[in-house]
Design a protein around this ligand. Structure first.
Ligand SMILES: [Zn+2]
Length: 422
């Protein structure tokens, strides 16, 4: 009995969790990003709220990516359609040109036929006149005028020709000529009718094609407009995505100020020159000495831009920080270990450990500071990505101008002086 109760409780619990999971899954499935874009854009734009709403923001990012790829797909479809329409237009234009030529030919044929008809009519008329004159002559000679009266009573040429056939007074040769001419005239008239009809057919076909061509042109321009709109959409999605991505990497709150890279050290060298004990010469950094493995802290919120080994620095690392509307890059040399490049870092976070790699006589960290006035962290990162130059054009010895990019005296920047212990 007890066992049965336990089993029922167990199944109830499972059912409860299944229902909970279902509700939970549905909550995600039901997010309507489309009608609240600006809300989610705002929500996911800042790293802090992005992280606090990670699953929603990841969903929103995917939503934007989907929209972007749908827009890209639509663009390529539209481009294909435009190409097809252009092909149709070219075909149709070719056809219209051919038909225009045919119509011109028909017109010429019709004109020729018309002049042939006219000529034939004239010939018939001349022959009729000729016959009439002969008949008049015959009448004068034999005073029997019934034939001429009979013929002159004709209502039309056709009527006349029918009568001529039955009149013996007109010789067979003339009859034959008249009949031939009459036949030729009829043929020509038929030919003319046919030509006029086929000309009309061609013209109406051409008119139809011109209408079609007009439609194709308007379809093409409509497709172009759609393409432009899609391209615009795509640019908008890109911008929205970039805002989120940029903030994902660099959107840390800008630090209020800087902290020192190490908690305790002796300032063994300052800028711009090495102390005379070290032989003098150019020195763009501040040297902070302590034991091997002394932790080095991020001076502000930012990102690790580069790490590597060489140039006399031994193991080096370059970090970029955003403080008070400016971006600062700092180079740390002679390290034992360092964090991965590309990581975002928070002020006070351990980012490296002191060593004595490269040109070094004992464990210390060499720190250089470059100020990027009026440049955002994103700009500086992109510039570094495209040039790979962590001196940002200043070289090893350049100081530059702080109206754009300049080297700062690191000991002054950190409020330290040569020989100081802290
Ligand atoms: Zn140094």
């Amino acid at each position: 009995m007890l066992k049965k109760k336990k089993a029922i409780l167990f199944y109830c619990a499972i059912l409860f969790f299944v229902v909970l999971m279902f509700i939970h899954l549905n909550t995600f499935a039901a997010i309507d990003y489309a009608s609240n874009e600006s809300y989610y854009q705002k929500l996911c734009n800042k790293r802090s709220s992005y992280n606090a709403n990670k699953s929603v923001c990841v969903g929103y990012e995917n939503y934007l990516k989907n929209k972007k790829s749908a827009s890209k797909k639509a663009q390529s479809d539209l481009k294909t359609q435009i190409e097809e329409t252009k092909g149709d237009i070219a075909d149709l234009t070719g056809l219209i040109q051919k038909q225009t030529k045919l119509i011109e030919d028909k017109k010429a044929d019709i004109a020729e036929t018309e002049s042939e008809i006219k000529q034939t009519e004239e010939d018939i008329k001349n022959l009729e006149d000729d016959i009439l004159q002969r008949l008049a002559l015959m009448q004068q000679m034999d005073s029997e005028n019934f034939v001429i009266d009979f013929l002159m009573s004709s209502q039309s040429i056709d009527d006349f020709l029918t009568k001529v056939d039955g009149v013996n007074a007109i010789n067979d040769a003339n009859k034959e000529v008249i009949n031939d001419l009459d036949y030729a005239k009829k043929q020509l008239k038929t030919k003319k009718t046919e030509l006029v009809k086929s000309k009309k057919d061609l013209e109406s076909a051409q008119a139809e094609q011109k209408t079609m061509l007009k439609e194709y042109y308007s379809k093409e321009s409509e497709l172009f407009q759609k393409l432009q709109a899609e391209q615009k959409n795509n640019a908008v999605y890109n911008k929205m995505l970039n805002n989120i991505n940029v903030n994902d990497i660099t959107g840390q709150a800008s630090s209020k100020g800087f902290i020192l890279p190490v908690k305790h050290a002796v300032v063994t060298a300052a800028a711009w020159y090495y102390p005379i004990d070290f032989g003098g010469g150019w020195h763009p950094g501040v040297d902070l000495a302590n034991n091997w493995g002394t932790p080095i802290y991020a001076s502000a919120n930012g990102v690790i831009l580069a790490t590597g080994s060489g140039y006399g620095y031994g193991n080096y690392m370059v970090a970029a920080y955003q403080v008070g509307g400016s971006t600062y890059t700092m180079l740390y040399g002679h390290l034992q270990k360092y964090a991965n490049y590309g990581s975002t870092i928070k002020q006070g976070q351990v980012i490296a450990y002191m060593g004595s790699t490269g040109n070094s006589t004992g464990p210390h960290v060499h720190v250089e500071v470059i100020k990027h006035t009026n440049q955002s962290l994103k700009t500086v990162i992109n510039q570094f990505k495209s040039t790979g130059d962590f001196y940002f054009g200043l070289g090893y010895t350049g100081i530059g101008s702080c109206s754009s990019v300049c080297r700062l005296k690191p000991h002054v920047f950190f409020g330290l002086s040569y020989g100081q212990s802290f």
